[in-house]
Write a protein that binds this ligand. Structure first.
Ligand SMILES: [Zn+2]
Length: 297
């Protein structure tokens, strides 16, 4: 068994876990990883790779702990941790390939020195005060959101169907808000039942005042409790800012400092879950049409 160096969770560094490197059996099992089940697959992958002595259920980790753990396993389980990115250079206008050593992302890793939740805030629901605490989404919450998303009605169609879809999308956003909160003094043990109570409260909030105060509080939490890899979320896309690298075009060879670029690339958990897919094994295979079906035509 190949062991990976200890991993302290970025949101609570007192919790330290250890993973083993994925083997062929594991990669064969996880070749089913798909974008629609990304979070459920992430939980299973992170739990299966952990050693029993230091086990901590990755459902209880924040989404950033989970992503950072995937990256940690990736960089520590391969000889070559580079990923190549192709882009049009803004300095010289040429197309470049940048081989990024993913280990360099460690330089911008953030670890929380405080508990991963905000001081409680008193927020009103139809004038009635309630005490909420905001905290980052955890694995259980993102899995639940992923399941709700899979139940969305089909997109498009006639106007009624398009409206039904839009309504459910907005609903999902309210659920996401509910999962980033807890009510002070709430004794409900089932996380989904507790979220339902918060969902019902948020649904009754006055739009222009009470909901606004809540969204400001949650936005403040997201900015204050940043941790893990430097991943940004904008317009539904998670992106990671790569470290700077220099333009190698000849026209800058005389200059004291060559211009540099920081690439912003999409981050998906799935990319860090191993897949034997069309890689080394498939390239060795003589079985026609087994992996690339088009070869059979
Ligand atoms: Zn260039």
């Amino acid at each position: 068994m190949f062991l990976i160096p200890y991993f302290p969770l970025p949101s609570r560094p007192d919790t330290v876990v250890q993973f083993q490197a994925p083997n062929v059996e594991m990669a064969t099992y996880f070749c089913k990883a798909r974008p629609e089940t990304e979070e459920a697959d992430t939980t299973e992958y992170l739990n299966k790779l952990q050693l029993a002595d230091s086990f901590s259920d990755s459902k209880t980790w924040t989404t950033q702990d989970r992503r950072t753990a995937l990256w940690w396993i990736f960089i520590n389980s391969r000889k070559d941790a580079t990923i190549s990115f192709n882009y049009d250079c803004a300095h010289c206008g040429e197309e470049h390939w940048h081989d990024c050593d993913m280990r360099e992302l460690a330089e911008e890793l953030e670890v929380l020195a405080c508990p991963a939740e905000m001081p409680a805030a008193t927020l009103n629901v139809q004038g009635e005060p309630h005490e909420f605490v905001a905290m980052p989404l955890n694995g259980h919450a993102v899995e639940q959101l992923e399941r709700l998303r899979a139940c969305l009605p089909p997109r498009g169609g006639d106007i009624d169907r398009a409206r039904a879809y839009e309504r459910e999308v907005k609903n999902l956003l309210v659920w996401e808000l509910a999962y980033q909160l807890r009510l002070v003094g709430d004794t409900e043990q089932d996380p989904d039942k507790a979220a339902q109570i918060r969902y019902n409260l948020i649904s009754k909030m006055d739009l222009g005042t009470e909901l606004l105060a809540l969204t400001n509080y949650v936005a403040d939490m997201q900015a204050t409790l940043r941790h893990g890899l430097n991943i940004a979320h904008e317009k539904g896309l998670s992106t990671i800012l790569l470290p700077p690298h220099y333009c190698r075009a000849d026209k800058f060879k005389e200059e004291a400092v060559r211009p540099s670029t920081r690439l912003l690339v999409p981050f998906r958990n799935q990319q860090f879950i191993p897949d034997l897919g069309t890689g080394s094994l498939a390239n060795l295979s003589f079985q026609s049409g087994l992996v690339w079906w088009s070869a059979d035509l």
